[in-house]
Design a protein. Structure first.
Ligand code: FRU
Length: 470
């Protein structure tokens, strides 16, 4: 289910953009080894966000300047002057903006491509924004239609500020405003994104989402993937919530640096993001070879009003359904009977998609054990008493490569009496991604089980809960 490079190190996804029928996934990449270094933009393309083809490095480190995280857009009307397509009906090209890192200072730079992202030229006038400081990075650019201008959101990482700039041509930028410090400030701020989303079931209503990651994930809560909900007038973002309150997009430890696709056609209308499946606490020691690093599955973002306020919900893109193979349905059975069916139909695997609707009954906790094998299991469950979703990877397989890896993560989950609980789980070779109650809570966790650990069962086996549909 998850993209990994063929070999070598990868961290953040970068420059997600849809252009001429292709989704582009660039990523922080070391072309020379399986550890962080020589940061360049690796590249992969897909027609469905599910099947990816890795291409040669798009933007390599050069002259002692690493290519840090950033974003890309389609410059539809050649506002930059970079586009060389002669066709009168389409004068567009791709433009990327990234943080250049000299080893000391970070500044913002642009590059462009006139061949559908295959080759890139760095702009001769780089850097385009330079504050002569060390921690200024991760530019995410978007077109702001009401003001007819490009806007880029960056971070002053150690000051816990997002700084916004505007431009007419992607080359000359003027400062708009700062946001922060607000929310969680327990680490460096990284990889911001800013976009508008409609509110589900509230016709014509929308809010803006500012997402900002906190490095390393898992120290303050959640994966480090923090977001704010508020308003944006083309100049300044204003948070709807109290300044001290942090909202988390993912409560697992391994969803980081997410940003959304640019230029998804209006006829599609989805806002989709992906994140790096990792955490700086222990990423350098993941026991994989010859590659290290994965991306999350693409997730559709929505806003929904809950009693406590407007919150982000995330759902896997429907395109993933094309990966479905053999299909087993179990309906209206006790947990025990469901386990017998799973066994009799020999349901097992190191890649499984599970969609379950569960009636908790009076079970204190219930859920799934996946990737089970000799003394191994990863538990995904609901604690009804504590109103929590949890993932326990303490016995998931290889956990010893870093003391901060092994553990049990929890997320608050509202469970009203008599309410059915919905779990949508992607079990993969070295990760699980859990969407609870239609994306109201998400948890992403890496696991490194033995290849032979492919079992699955439901608990509690006492059978006091009931599978409504699996
Ligand atoms: C986030 C990050 C970014 C930076 C990149 C460097 O994971 O630290 O802030 O641009 O990784 O690889």
């Amino acid at each position: 289910f998850h993209f990994t490079p063929l070999k070598n190190w990868m961290n953040d996804q970068n420059g997600l953009v849809f252009y001429q029928g292709e989704y582009h996934l660039f990523f922080q990449y070391n072309p020379f080894g399986n550890e962080w270094g020589h940061m360049s933009w690796g590249h992969a393309v897909s027609r469905d966000m599910v099947h990816w083809k890795q291409l040669p490095v798009a933007i390599p480190e050069a002259n002692g300047v690493m290519i840090f995280s950033g974003s890309a857009v389609v410059d539809w009307h050649n506002s930059s002057g970079f586009c060389k397509n002669s066709s009168s009906s389409d004068n567009s090209c791709l433009v990327a903006i990234y943080a250049g890192y000299t080893g000391k200072l970070q500044n913002q730079n642009v590059a462009y491509s006139n061949d559908r992202g295959r080759t890139w030229k760095k702009y001769a006038g780089n850097p385009v924004i330079d504050l002569h400081i060390a921690d200024f990075r991760d530019p995410k650019v978007f077109w702001y239609q009401p003001g007819h201008k490009w806007i880029v959101v960056t971070v002053l990482a150690t000051e816990h500020k997002a700084r916004l700039f505007a431009s007419k041509d992607l080359k000359h930028w003027t400062t708009l405003s700062d946001f922060g410090p607000e929310g969680a400030v327990g680490g460096a701020w990284e990889c911001p994104d800013l976009f508008k989303l409609p509110i589900e079931n509230e016709h014509g209503q929308s809010r803006w989402v500012l997402s900002i990651d906190v490095n390393p994930g898992g120290i303050a809560g959640g994966s480090g993937n923090q977001y704010f909900v508020g308003s944006f007038d083309g100049r300044k973002f204003v948070n709807d919530n109290p300044a001290g309150k942090a909202l988390w997009a993912d409560y697992g430890k391994d969803f980081y640096a997410s940003t959304s696709f640019s230029d998804i056609p209006a006829s599609d209308g989805r806002r989709i993001w992906m994140g790096w499946f990792g955490n700086w606490q222990y990423a350098a020691r993941f026991p994989t070879t010859p590659w290290r690093g994965a991306q999350s599955i693409p997730r559709v973002l929505k806003l929904k009003r809950f009693p406590q306020g407007i919150r982000l919900i995330q759902q896997p893109v429907a395109e993933l359904e094309t990966l479905r193979g053999r299909h087993v349905t179990i309906e209206n059975e006790s947990v025990e009977a469901a386990n017998r069916v799973l066994q009799s139909k020999a349901v097992s695997g190191d890649t499984l998609e599970i969609e379950a609707t569960i009636e908790p009954g009076n079970a204190k906790s219930f859920g799934f054990e996946v990737r089970t094998g000799r003394a191994q299991q990863t538990t995904i469950g609901i604690d009804r008493v504590k109103s929590e979703l949890f993932v326990d990877r303490t016995r998931s397989g290889d956990t010893g490569f870093d003391p901060r890896f092994s553990g049990r993560q929890t997320a608050p989950l509202r469970i009203a009496a008599g309410q059915l609980v919905e779990l949508h789980i992607f079990v993969d070779r070295c990760s699980i991604e859990v969407f609870a109650n239609h994306g109201e809570r998400v948890m992403s966790e890496l696991i490194f089980p033995s290849v032979s650990s492919q079992g699955i069962r439901l608990f509690p086996s006492g059978g006091r809960g009931r599978i409504f549909r699996l």
